[in-house]
Design a protein around this ligand. Sequence first.
Ligand code: NAD
Ligand code: UFG
Length: 342
Amino acid sequence: MAILVTGGAGYIGSHTCVELLKDGYDVIIVDNFYNSKPEALRRVKAISGRDFKFYECDILDAESLSKIFDENKIDSVIHFAGYKAVGESCQIPLTYYNNNITGTIVLCEVMAAHGCKNLVFSSSATVYGAPKKIPMTETDPVDIEGVTNPYGRTKLIIEEMLKDLYRSDNEWNIALLRYFNPIGAHESGMIGEDPNGIPNNLMPYISQVAIGKLEQLSVFGDDYPTHDGTGVRDYIHVVDLARGHVAALGWIGKKRGLDWFNLGTGVGYSVLDIVRSFEKVNGVTINYKIGPRRPGDIAVCYSDPTKAKEQLGWQAQRGIDEMCRDTWNWQKKNPNGFDNAD
Ligand code: NAD
Ligand code: UFG
């Protein structure tokens, strides 16, 4: 069965392609390398020991995308391609709306024209906005006013658009996957997260402090109503997240229509929990200071992952120690990410 993976050279996409190949799926990757490197694909091949087709293509380019569907018999699409930096989305919102929303429209139009109506979409816990209750369940209401940034709004708008698409044509099968905080790397240390410039997210920042590329972690606030005052999140190992996509394909194969699922562990860890675990597991010291709160941050965010367990038959397996160990293994083996490899 052939699966088209948009954004398959990226962080979550590359890990998902490894799992798909391992499970015997044929994989066709589409990426324009906006935020990724060809080396990631060479490593996906090395880890899985299997080859796959790759097209360097922008998903906004309907003609090229259409040719890919002409040339291949594609059963389902996993759609990762998009821009994801929250801060940047506030600076250049139209770029985000265009790439994320128009990109999804173009993709779905091409899919429909080729009779391919099975889609797994990368959504985000950010669609919940400031949580009304903890843990977050899929029945919690979401509304555009509650979402705090343009990036998050593109995700919510795409979710709504895909619901309308399904309402208009019940032949579609669509899984909207709301990721919590993906961290970690493949246990081989060959693929992992390779952010451009100074990382915005906690785990890559910690590992760059550990390797000496950055001097000090600033902990954004220690006066939140949490057990140690620092922000609490639902960190999920990227390989568990990747397995969630394989599970979603199984669900789609049963022709279940459209539904949405939290992909998280259901456990919340604070910033200082992560720092301490990283230090303990890896035998390193993280230089940090307590700084001011980051505007827009919430105190606590973690999932209720029961629905994914019951309906997708999926549950995260890896704990915080494995997340810290695998991040450090990747960082140590690739101090400059994929940079020196191409
Ligand atoms: P990533 O940037 O590593 O991967 C995205 C990939 O899509 C990149 O390889 C990029 O080059 C490609 N891409 C972007 N625009 C494209 C276009 N127009 N045409 C072709 N390729 C294009 O990001 P990631 O962390 O792997 O995230 C994957 C998806 O999951 C994104 O949609 C993101 O919004 C979503 N998501 C990520 C997180 C997270 O914390 N990483 C959380 C929730 C949701
Ligand atoms: N943090 C620090 N210092 C840093 C970076 C982060 O203390 O240098 C703290 C934050 O304040 C927060 C926690 O670490 O308490 C996690 O922050 P991240 O930036 O790693 O993650 P967020 O939860 O803020 O956001 C992430 C993604 C979003 C996504 C959201 C919900 O970046 O795209 O998870 O899934 F929408």
